[in-house]
Design a binder for this molecule. Structure first.
Ligand code: AMP
Ligand code: ZN
Length: 109
């Protein structure tokens, strides 16, 4: 998607430090952090909603979630974290490219 900020970051058109990257997804820090540590896990393929996933995208989402405990220490998330996926207007989704918020680094309310 030409006008999508996360697609632009995925393609390197917009520069952003990637804390992790593989063929399927990458991790960046949220530009407006809501906790001491606030990451976004972003699939490289553009789609907005979980409901829009192909079967393969579905596997990527599972892979992303499974990667969090593997990277937990490296990302400063020891002690626990919160996973959030905003979906659609009522869910408060601002960027229409599926992403997983991972928050931690402190005790969250
Ligand atoms: P959501 O409301 O779930 O769509 O969340 C979108 C998130 O993307 C917000 O928390 C923004 O702060 C974050 N965001 C928007 N643009 C960027 C960017 N260029 N780099 C990092 N995070 C961004
Ligand atoms: Zn996109």
């Amino acid at each position: 998607m030409d006008n999508c900020i996360f697609c632009k970051i995925a393609k390197g058109i917009i520069n952003s430090k990637k804390y992790y990257e593989d063929d399927d997804f990458f991790i960046i820090a949220d530009i407006s952090p809501k906790a001491k540590k606030h990451y976004l896990m972003i699939p490289k393929v553009h789609y907005k909603l979980i409901a829009d996933q192909t079967q393969n995208d579905n596997l990527v989402l599972a892979k992303m979630i499974a990667k969090i405990p593997v990277l937990q220490h490296e990302l400063g998330l020891d002690g626990g974290y919160r996973i959030i996926i905003n979906q659609g207007e009522n869910g408060g989704q601002e960027v229409p490219h599926l992403h997983v918020h991972v928050l931690g680094g402190e005790k969250l309310n």
